[in-house]
Write a protein that binds this ligand. Structure first.
Ligand code: SAM
Length: 480
C-alpha cells in the first residue's frame, strides 16, 4: 500500500461526502464509549482515537470530561471537519494528520488506544506489522487497546477498499500475547442507508513486557526470572544461624540423607545408631550423623514437601555436602509395582510449585544416570526389588484424583511422592548432586491394603546401600 494512495483515497471520500453520509456513521459510538470507560475512569488518561475521521467520539469523550485526547487520521479534511464542529473545544485536543503505519510516536504515550474501522483496511501483512509495532510501542503497560473491525459475516469492502474480517481469536491473534484479551463485543451497525454491518471489537489489556508470551491468565509460578540471582541466600541464613545457635565448625559429611518421613531417623537415634551433629547451622532442623560403610553420613528428618526439602538441600549444598539423597515413602501409581518396593527416581513430573522457581516450565525434571545407576545397582545387590523410573511429584496428596492416577500411570509414572521434582530442579539449577529413592508403601486408592514401607532394619540396609553408592558416585566425580 502506497502512503499517498491511502491519503488520496480518504481525502476523496471526505471531499465528496458529508460526515453522516458515510456507511460507518453513527450519531454516537456507544460501544467504543462503553469500552473506553471500562478501560479507564481517570479523566486525565491519555486516549488516542486512531483513524477518528469525522466521528463524534471525540465530542462525546470531551463531554464525559476526558481531557487528554488525541485524534489521528490520514485525512486532513476529516480532521478539519471535526475541529470545526468542536469549535473552541478542538483547542484542547491534539490532532495528528498522518498514516498510522508510518507515524512516529513516543514510547508509552497513551493509556488507551481506540480504533474503529481502520485496522481492517490493512490487508498487507507489512502494514499490519507496522501498525502493531506502533501500538506496542506507544501504549503504556497496563493500558488498553480497543480495536473494532468488520466481523465474520461483515462486508468484504468498505468505501471501495477490500477489508479483512475478524473474529475475536483471529483479531487478538494478530496482536500477540502481550495484548491480553479481556473481552470481545459484537455490534450490528445500522448504516445511514438502512443496511446492517457486523462489527467485532476486541478489548485488550497491554501486559508488562515480562509477562509477554504467557497464557491469558498469567500465573506467577510460571513466570519466574529463573536466570536471576536470589536476593536472599542460604549463606546469609546459615551465617545468622551459626552466630545465634553458636554451632560447631566441623565440616559436614559429604553424603547427607533427607528422611522425609522421619520415622527411620527416630529409630536410628533411639538405637544410638545416629547422634546429633552440632555443626549444622540451621534454624529449622537437627542433623544427626551415623557411620555407614566406614563413612560418616548426615541425616535430617521430616523435610517433607518440595519447599522444605529444597530449603534444607540449599543449605546442605552451601555447607559443602556433595551428595544429597532423599528417602521418601510414596504411593503406588503403576499397578504392577510390587508392594513394598523401591523406586529410584530418574525423572519427576513437575506437578508441584518449587521446581518452577529453579527451572523454566516443562513437564519433567530429571536426575542424571551417573547418580541413579549406582544407587539402583547397590540397592539391587542388597536384595531389594528396585525399579528405576519416573515419579509424579505433587504438593497436595489429598488431591490425587483417579483420573490423574490413571493419566500418570499411562505416562509411565511408577509412584507418587512430594519432593523429587523440586529437588531435581534445584540440583539441575544449582549444580548439586541429588537423588531420590522412594519406598513405595501403598496403593494410592488403597484397595484395603495396609501402609507398608518395610521395617526399620530394612531402612538401615537401604541407607547402607545408598552410602556405598554415594561413595562410588563421589569417586566418579573426583575422577572426572
Ligand atoms: C471507516 S472510517 C472510520 C472512522 C471512524 N473511526 C468511525 O468509526 O467513524 C476509516 C478512517 O480511517 C482513516 N484511515 C484509513 N487508513 C488510515 C491510515 N493508514 N492511517 C490513518 N488513518 C487512516 C480514514 O481516513 C477514515 O477516517
Amino acid at each position: 500500500m502506497v502512503w499517498m494512495n491511502v491519503e488520496a483515497h480518504w481525502e476523496a471520500v471526505y471531499g465528496a461526502k458529508r460526515f453522516d453520509q458515510v456507511s460507518w456513521f453513527r450519531p454516537h459510538l456507544e460501544t467504543s464509549i462503553a469500552l473506553i470507560e471500562r478501560a479507564t475512569q481517570d479523566r486525565s488518561a491519555r486516549i488516542i482515537d486512531v483513524g477518528g475521521g469525522e466521528s463524534t467520539l471525540v465530542d462525546d469523550l470531551i463531554a464525559l470530561g476526558y481531557r487528554n485526547l488525541t485524534v489521528l487520521d490520514v485525512s486532513q479534511t476529516a480532521l478539519r471537519v471535526t475541529q470545526e464542529r468542536l469549535g473552541e473545544r478542538a483547542n484542547h485536543v491534539e490532532w495528528i494528520a498522518a498514516d498510522i503505519t508510518t507515524v512516529n510516536f513516543p514510547s508509552a504515550a497513551y493509556d488507551v488506544w481506540h480504533d474503529r474501522a481502520v485496522f481492517h483496511f490493512l490487508t498487507d501483512p507489512d502494514d499490519r506489522a507496522a501498525y502493531i509495532d506502533r501500538v506496542t510501542k506507544c501504549v503504556k503497560p497496563g493500558g488498553h487497546v480497543i480495536i473494532g473491525t468488520f466481523g465474520v459475516g461483515g462486508p468484504l469492502k468498505c468505501s471501495g477498499l477490500y477489508v479483512r474480517r475478524y473474529d475475536s481469536e483471529s483479531l487478538h491473534g494478530e496482536f500477540g500475547k502481550r495484548f491480553r484479551l479481556m473481552d470481545s463485543v459484537t455490534e450490528l451497525h445500522e448504516t445511514p442507508f438502512g443496511t446492517t454491518q457486523r462489527f467485532l471489537y476486541c478489548f485488550c489489556l497491554v501486559e508488562e513486557w515480562k509477562n509477554a508470551g504467557r497464557s491469558s491468565v498469567v500465573a506467577p509460578i510460571l513466570d519466574h526470572p529463573v536466570e536471576e540471582a536470589s536476593a536472599f541466600t542460604a549463606e546469609a541464613l546459615m551465617s545468622d544461624a551459626r552466630q545465634l545457635k553458636k554451632t560447631g565448625t566441623e565440616a559436614l559429611p559429604s553424603i547427607c540423607f533427607l528422611d522425609f518421613d522421619g520415622d527411620l531417623t527416630d529409630w536410628l537415634v533411639e538405637r544410638g545408631i545416629a547422634r546429633p551433629f552440632d555443626s549444622w547451622a540451621c534454624f529449622h532442623t537437627t542433623m544427626f550423623w551415623l557411620d555407614l560403610e566406614g563413612v560418616r553420613c548426615g541425616i535430617v528428618a521430616r523435610t517433607i514437601g518440595g519447599p522444605f526439602a529444597v530449603l534444607i538441600a540449599e543449605q546442605l549444598r552451601t555447607a559443602g555436602v556433595s551428595l544429597i539423597v532423599g528417602l521418601t515413602s510414596a504411593g503406588r501409581v503403576a499397578p504392577e509395582l510390587p508392594l513394598p518396593g523401591l523406586v529410584v527416581a530418574s525423572a519427576a513430573i513437575r506437578d508441584e510449585g518449587t521446581s518452577y522457581h529453579y527451572l523454566r516450565p516443562q513437564e519433567e525434571a530429571t536426575c542424571p544416570s551417573d547418580v541413579t545407576e549406582p544407587i539402583a545397582r547397590e540397592l539391587r545387590d542388597s536384595g531389594f526389588a528396585v525399579r528405576t523410573g519416573k515419579v509424579w511429584t505433587t504438593d497436595a496428596p489429598y488431591r490425587e484424583t483417579s483420573g490423574q492416577l490413571q493419566k500418570w500411570a499411562e505416562e509411565g509414572a511408577l509412584a507418587v511422592e512430594m519432593q523429587a521434582a523440586s529437588l531435581f530442579a534445584f540440583g539441575r539449577a544449582q549444580g548439586a548432586k541429588v537423588a531420590v529413592v522412594a519406598r513405595v508403601s501403598n496403593a494410592v486408592d488403597h484397595d484395603g491394603q495396609q501402609f507398608d514401607t518395610g521395617s526399620n532394619d530394612e531402612g538401615l540396609m537401604i541407607l547402607q546401600a545408598l552410602a556405598r553408592a554415594g561413595l562410588s558416585i563421589l569417586q566418579l566425580r573426583t575422577q572426572d
